[in-house]
Design a protein around this ligand. Structure first.
Ligand code: ADP
Ligand code: MG
Length: 400
């Protein structure tokens, strides 16, 4: 059978099990170029110069940082907003406004942008400051008074001068965004939570982009708007694991989407004026719309070659008014199964990711239409660039 290579532990054994069952052979040398599929955690296992388009598959799009770093995503969304404002001037437009789903954000590594933040900040507000290329809640801090803003301003000013003196590029500690904090999050049993769902770019030539439901991550501790401690405010598992009670309650910190739906049906729907099963209708629709908007913002910039696919983990937050916020798009989302719910969600997700990506790859190679996709089960297509769907309609022939 064909060869495959796996680099890194994150979900790798799930991919291995699947491919071995299909009769594929695993190779361990990352420099061998005779693989059919490479599944890696980090791009440095992939030599894009040797990549054989249409013959091989790799699970990383080389320039995915335009979606998956915090600065990258902010730039992409802003630029798309600028372009759309020009294109749609005066015309009726259905597309989302960035401000409706993305908390107001500024870059700290760009002078004009950080000045804009210093002018925007109002005493008493809380903002959250996040490093661009990190994850798991690492390196995050809060700003919640004018005093802290001034201190930040001075720190940044000093860094800028030191860097200019040393002629260093403006990177490293300054590569951060500062974002308006959603300080009235919806709570589940008194706890803050966020929602992890998935976006799969199954194919880049043509584009096939999909949504997959995920799970809900709750904090161990009760939420308090006044007490800005990270354990009650950052929902990342990595942060929650540090809580001494984590081992005891860990299965309560991860809910399935069905659990969230039941909870909202029973305890919130009346209060908030929501129809039953809002999670699988209104909320899902909204998350898909936001995801599609993000995809459109980079659609013409992504490096497309047949054989690239990429699975992203997307973090959404809900506030008390059931408003849906996009927090970030993660490359290499955690595929561990250390909680009960994750054992149900992750293995089928990984298998379907591989199956669907192989399926679209083979169809594109053979010039077949992408649909129907029998390998698709829990994924839902949000964008299908199959050219046969977009052929101009031929007007009916006129009679003599
Ligand atoms: N603007 C915000 N308002 C409220 N909570 C936020 C906001 N941004 C992030 N958080 C919380 O912090 C966590 C980590 O933020 P995130 O942007 O996902 O960075 P990381 O890459 O470190 O996971 C989120 O899961 C969420 O719980
Ligand atoms: Mg995150």
């Amino acid at each position: 059978g064909p060869y495959f290579y796996i680099g890194g532990g994150n979900g790798g054994h799930l991919v291995e099990d699947l491919l071995v069952r299909m009769g594929w052979l695993r190779i361990h040398d990352k420099n061998r170029e005779d693989f059919k599929l490479k599944w890696v955690e980090t791009k440095n296992h992939i030599n894009y110069y040797c990549f054989k388009e249409g013959e091989q598959l790799v699970n990383r799009i080389p320039n995915n940082a335009i979606l998956t770093t915090k600065i990258g995503l902010l730039n992409s969304l802003r630029e798309y907003e600028r372009v759309m404002a020009k294109v749609k001037k005066g015309r009726y437009c259905r597309h989302l406004k960035m401000g409706d789903f993305f908390p107001e954000s500024f870059r700290l590594d760009v002078r004009d942008d950080r000045e804009a933040f210093f002018n925007t900040y109002q005493e008493g507000e809380t903002w959250i400051c996040k490093p661009t290329g990190m994850n798991r809640g690492r390196g995050i801090f809060f700003i919640s008074s004018q005093e802290e803003v001034t201190a930040l301003q001075e720190r940044l000013e000093m860094m800028t001068q030191n860097r200019q003196r040393a002629r260093l590029p403006f990177k490293g500690p300054m590569a951060r965004i500062i974002q308006r904090y959603v300080n009235k999050p919806l709570l589940l049993d008194g706890k803050k939570f966020d929602i992890r769902v998935y976006m799969l770019i199954a194919c880049t030539n043509p584009y096939v982009v999909m949504y997959h439901p995920g799970y809900v991550r709750l904090c161990v501790q009760d939420y308090s708007a006044e007490d800005l401690n990270v354990t009650a405010h950052l929902t990342n598992q990595w942060i929650q694991k540090k809580d001494p009670n984590y081992e005891e309650v860990k299965d309560e910190t991860v809910w399935s989407m069905e659990h969230l739906n039941d909870y909202i049906n029973e305890t919130l729907a009346d209060d908030k004026g929501l129809p039953q099963d809002w999670v699988f209708n209104g909320l899902t629709r909204r998350m898909k719309d936001i995801m599609l908007h993000c995809f459109h913002s980079v659609r013409h910039k992504i490096q497309c070659r047949l054989g690239y696919f990429d699975l992203y983990g997307i973090d959404f937050l809900l506030d008390e008014d059931m408003k849906v916020y996009l927090l970030e798009i993660n490359v290499n989302p955690a595929l561990h199964t250390n909680c009960e719910v994750l054992q149900d969600v992750i293995p089928p997700l990984v298998e379907e990711t591989v199956n669907v990506s192989l399926d679209t790859f083979e169809k594109s190679r053979k010039n077949q239409s992408i649909l129907p996709l029998t390998s698709m089960k829990n994924f839902q297509i949000i964008y299908n660039g199959d050219p046969s769907l977009h052929l101009p309609k031929i007007p009916p022939a006129r009679g003599p």
